[in-house]
Design a protein around this ligand. Structure first.
Ligand code: ZN
Length: 203
């Protein structure tokens, strides 16, 4: 199983980090050891002073595919959830400055938080899925997948040009504006529409 992530997929978020809006999806990966499931607590690592939450819609790949055309891409996922792409922002800024890869900032243990999957049919507006993240009871991120620069189909088409997608692979589709720092004892809750699919603490 692999975890594929898309960076800078919402214009407002690219802007808040002073990144240019890309021409093609920006792709990176996390190992399966990054997964954090079942609302288990996230333990703040000591190698970073600035871990940011990034709430994202996550697709679960439902069949094997390579060179998937955009028009067929919707056949490759049936379930979605909300997840968090935890990012060591201080390390990432350093990596960017030095032209190094992002793994130490993005692929660490617990950095891919995953909510409970729901079937697409359980979502009222599938064309622009509404999602949000609360920190300590206050909404800090709120987005609609209709605002993505690259939609699910384009992401699947682009990624499958380079790597074979397998059943069970996860695709984190990018975060809207509002990312921020977490600290010990923060309580994070993730929603798709009115369904709470994620609920855990930072320890
Ligand atoms: Zn992200």
């Amino acid at each position: 199983m692999k975890i594929i992530c898309v960076g800078r997929n919402y214009a407002e978020h690219a802007k808040e980090l002073n990144n240019p809006v890309p021409d093609d999806p920006v792709i990176f990966m996390k190992p399966d050891s990054a997964l954090l499931i079942n609302n288990k607590p996230f333990f703040l690592p000591d190698f970073s002073k600035e871990i940011h939450y990034e709430a994202e819609i996550v697709l679960k790949v439902s069949r094997l595919g390579k060179h998937i055309q955009k028009k067929f891409a919707h056949r490759y996922y049936e379930e979605v959830t909300i997840g968090i792409d935890f990012t060591a922002r201080d390390l990432q800024q350093q990596c960017k400055k030095e032209g190094k890869p992002w793994e130490i900032a993005k692929a660490f243990d617990g950095s891919a938080v995953l909510g409970t999957f729901i079937h697409l049919e359980q979502i009222k507006n599938r064309d622009s899925i509404e999602f949000g993240l609360k920190k300590n009871g206050v909404e800090v991120q709120h987005g609609y997948t209709g605002d993505m620069l690259f939609g699910f189909s384009r992401i699947i088409e682009y990624v499958s040009t380079f790597v074979t997608l397998k059943m069970g692979d996860l695709i984190y589709t990018g975060t809207p504006a509002g990312v921020g720092k977490i600290q010990i004892n923060d309580h994070l809750e993730g929603y798709i529409e009115d369904k709470k699919l994620l609920d855990f603490y930072v320890k």
